[in-house]
Write a protein that binds this ligand. Structure first.
Ligand SMILES: [Zn+2]
Length: 329
């Protein structure tokens, strides 16, 4: 690793934490930093926490090698306007995040009196789903696949698409948001305003809620989806049925996506995916019920490989791609 090779800074904003790192062209992370997200506070307070993360990265001696800053955020985002409206951060609605970070970098550069131009790297905003797709395509389970869907199944369900060999974030940076396509026309109302969304059937809370409603009794009061998975593994029929329903919803969503844009691989990560075969087995099996046309046969379903760093790696990859950072694939 040469001291002069370009780096990309990355910030990953979620409902519970704001993470930052410098990322090299091999996907390695340095200068890691993290703050809790003050998600219940006003917008300025949340921005101040982002500033703290960016300032910590900026204090790193390697900052001079940074050629771009990628920001991945919980969605929806509007990458074309640089604004974010994360569902789980109510203080941010159409919040001008990119402008805020740009101003901070320009001001602190000027304050430092850095000789010559106070260089503010170009900032690229992307939704967290497409960011994870970029990461898995670059370094993880979607490597080598030109057309894939990468999903996160946890407290929510999100995703991103790689099409024709490249990340497809869409005009606003949200493409691939499979959690909010409807797979049940008259199904339960979703907080997004629609009905029968994949997320409302397959998220961790949905799996736990359904098991409880059907009479599952959580051991030692732990009613998490991980506890339902444990019970399903032990053969509890109600717990198994709840994962079956989640797998069915995911399979229908995946089949719809594949039929629209022809994907050959699906990567699933997130907390619920860590339940393993309890989730993956019904997804693969039920896919045969919904992905029926010849051109969507044989879709591979794989677990994600990158874990909690995927958001940072992907935000960096997406920014490097948009900016055209040299030596980045
Ligand atoms: Zn929805």
């Amino acid at each position: 690793m040469h001291r002069t090779t370009p780096l990309v800074a990355a910030v990953d904003i979620g409902g519970t934490k704001i993470a930052g790192a410098l990322v090299d062209s091999e996907g390695r992370l340095t200068a890691r930093t993290q703050r809790p997200t003050p998600a219940r506070e006003d917008g300025a307070t949340v921005l101040a926490a982002v500033h703290e993360v960016v300032d910590a990265l900026r204090a790193d001696p390697d900052w001079s090698r940074v050629r771009a800053l990628g920001i991945g955020s919980a969605g929806p985002v509007d990458a074309s306007r640089g604004t974010v409206s994360p569902v789980n951060i109510p203080g941010w609605r159409d919040f001008p995040l990119v402008l805020g970070v740009e101003k901070r970098l320009a001001e602190s550069g000027a304050a430092q009196g850095a000789g010559g131009a106070a260089e503010v790297p170009p900032i690229v905003l992307i939704g967290d789903g497409p960011a994870i797709a970029a990461a898995e395509h670059w370094q993880g389970a979607a490597r080598g696949s030109a057309n894939s869907l990468c999903m996160v199944v946890s407290t929510g369900v999100g995703g991103g698409l790689v099409l024709g060999g490249a990340l497809y974030p869409g005009p606003t940076g949200n493409a691939g948001h499979i959690g909010h396509i409807s797979v049940d026309l008259d199904g339960v109302e979703c907080p997004c305003g629609s009905r029968g969304c994949v997320e409302a059937l397959a998220s961790g809370p949905a799996i736990a809620r359904r098991a409880l409603a059907e009479g599952w009794v959580p051991p030692s009061g732990d009613a998490s989806s991980a506890a339902v998975a444990e019970a399903a593994r032990a053969g509890d029929p109600i717990a198994r049925a709840s994962f079956e329903r989640a797998g069915q919803a995911l399979a229908a969503g995946i089949a719809a996506t594949a039929t629209l844009v022809e994907i050959d691989r699906v990567v699933i990560g997130g907390g619920v995916a860590r339940s393993g075969e309890v989730l993956f087995e019904p997804v693969r099996r039920r896919l045969a019920d919904y992905a029926v046309l010849p051109f969507v046969h044989g879709i591979e379903v794989r677990p994600a490989e990158l874990g909690t760093d995927a958001g940072l790696v992907g935000a960096a990859a997406a920014a490097a791609h948009v900016v055209g950072v040299e030596a980045w694939g």
